[in-house]
Design a protein around this ligand. Structure first.
Ligand SMILES: Cc1cc2nc3c(=O)[nH]c(=O)nc-3n(C[C@H](O)[C@H](O)[C@H](O)COP(=O)(O)OP(=O)(O)OC[C@H]3O[C@@H](n4cnc5c(N)ncnc54)[C@H](O)[C@@H]3O)c2cc1C
Length: 432
């Protein structure tokens, strides 16, 4: 199967969506590829919300909607701002198939099987410990037991990417550039889910949650409906957790008890409990993407659009683009950084770097104005609707005046100017 013992065209480390998409693209192009995964099987170690996105997934697996183990077709997207007891929710509903909820242990396993069918060679339960370099060129990997050699090594080893750090492509992640996410999968009867979320059998809903026990923190909560379970979780930046000595599971417990959330999961039984990191640094924190004989894809390259909860699509497409670059390099028999930088050019032309660039100022603005945007104004949105919906004999005009006046008494004029300036700066960077 391989050219000669332990030598192949490409070795990929990590069988998440990035590694699998890369492997399948290479295999379909007739290249020899070994995909090495430390888990018992692909997906066994993978944690996400989560939704996979149809457009990107179809680029790699054209028939996934009929063949893959998918849970529900997401037709509803809710944005819930929680107060202490109250909440404001905006719902967008459309009979759509632009995303599906999946369980990664099932989906990644299926996807890895597809890669195998296409001709990729998958080595499971094997940790890559080190990269092998010769004359400034990556030429292979060392596992616990063996050494494998290849013309190109592609790192798809996820958010921590110890291997990219080993060869100086990445630095340690700053704790403000990574979120710790905890989540639970709660088993519930299929019909109960349909009733509570107003869904029919294959339909699903997503809830993005702001405020509540995360009020004022750089963090978001999420819920996804699966066939017969509901996923609930949250992600908060590590520096926030460390500085305030917060325990994420305690915050999740409080979230589950909020009067808006509790009825959705009432009577469910805990099926699974997990934690994982999410890269949050965005465009400014993308590492060097290649060097002689090596490329980095997916979370390892910090390719996550956190505002939109998009990660798997960036992982899949970066995997595909790296694979296409590897095919070109193999055909030229040139594995230098210069040739592999074609990957970066492809990423720049794709939605991946364009989107991340669009949001390049987002995290800086949120870090500097989090007390304003993630605490004060969140509270004010619920206060507005409390005022708007109350029937108490006070003339409406008086209520409006009181509400507007409260903003000027709560916040100094200088603070208000800073808030407006931050919004203008953010919109400028997004739109211009
Ligand atoms: C809580 C949470 C919710 C999320 N929700 C969503 C969502 O709804 N939609 C979405 O699109 N994205 C979501 N994401 C992001 C998404 O999960 C990631 O962006 C995506 O999984 C990245 O894929 P990847 O292949 O780059 O990395 P991973 O999926 O992390 O895969 C890396 C693989 O490498 C393996 N590995 C690591 N080191 C080694 C080694 N040394 N040797 C061998 N194997 C190794 C790991 O076992 C793993 O299988 C979420 C993330 C989290 C944590």
């Amino acid at each position: 199967m391989l050219k000669r013992e332990n030598k192949t065209d490409v070795i990929i480390v990590g069988a998440g969506p990035a590694g699998i998409s890369c492997a399948i693209t290479l295999a379909r192009a007739g290249k020899e590829v070994i995909l090495i995964e430390r888990g018992l099987f692909a997906g066994s170690k993978n944690v996400f919300g989560g939704a996979i996105y149809t457009q990107a997934t179809k680029e790699i697996f054209p028939n996934f909607e009929t063949e893959a183990p998918i849970e529900r077709r997401n037709i509803e997207h809710n944005f819930a701002i929680l107060g202490e007891e109250d909440s404001t929710t905006i719902t967008y509903r459309k009979n759509d198939n632009s995303s599906y909820s999946v369980i990664r242990a099932k989906f990644d396993r299926w996807a890895a099987e597809e890669a195998k069918k296409a001709g990729a060679y998958i080595v499971e339960e094997t940790v890559v410990r080190e990269l092998i370099k010769e004359k400034n060129q990556v030429i292979g990997v060392k596992t616990e037991l063996e050494e494998y050699f290849a013309d190109i090594v592609i790192l798809a080893d996820g958010v921590n990417s110890l291997l990219a750090k080993q060869i100086g492509l990445r630095k340690d992640i700053d704790t403000k550039d990574v979120a710790l996410s905890v989540k639970e999968v709660i088993k519930l009867d299929n019909q109960i889910i349909n009733q509570r979320f107003k869904l029919k059998d294959d339909e699903g809903a997503i809830v993005e949650i702001f405020g509540g026990p995360m009020l004022g923190m750089l963090g978001l909560g999420f819920m996804y409906t699966n066939t017969d379970s509901v996923t609930i979780g949250l992600g908060i930046t590590l520096n926030e957790l460390a500085e305030n000595n917060y325990r994420p599971y305690e915050i999740l417990e409080k979230l589950k008890q909020h009067p808006t959330i509790a009825p959705l999961i009432e009577g469910g039984t805990l099926k699974e409990y997990s934690a994982h990191l999410i890269p949050e640094g965005g465009y400014k924190k993308i590492p060097k993407l290649c060097d002689n004989g090596v490329m980095i894809i997916g979370d390892a390259a910090m390719l996550v659009n956190n505002l939109h909860w998009e990660g798997t699509n960036l992982a899949m497409i970066s995997g595909k683009l790296a694979a296409q670059t590897a095919v070109e390099a193999i055909e030229k028999n040139d594995f230098s950084k210069k040739t592999l930088s074609g990957y970066e050019k492809k990423l720049k032309k794709s939605f991946i770097l364009k989107d991340l660039k669009t949001y390049r100022e987002l995290m800086d603005v949120m870090h500097s104005r989090k007390k304003a945007f993630l605490c004060y104004y969140m509270k004010k949105i619920n206060a507005f609707f409390e005022m708007f919906t109350s029937v108490n004999g006070i003339p409406k005009k008086e209520n409006y005046h009181k509400f507007i006046k409260s903003i000027f008494t709560d916040r100094k004029i200088s603070e208000l100017f800073k808030d407006i300036w931050a919004i203008v700066k953010l919109l400028w960077s997004i739109l211009i």
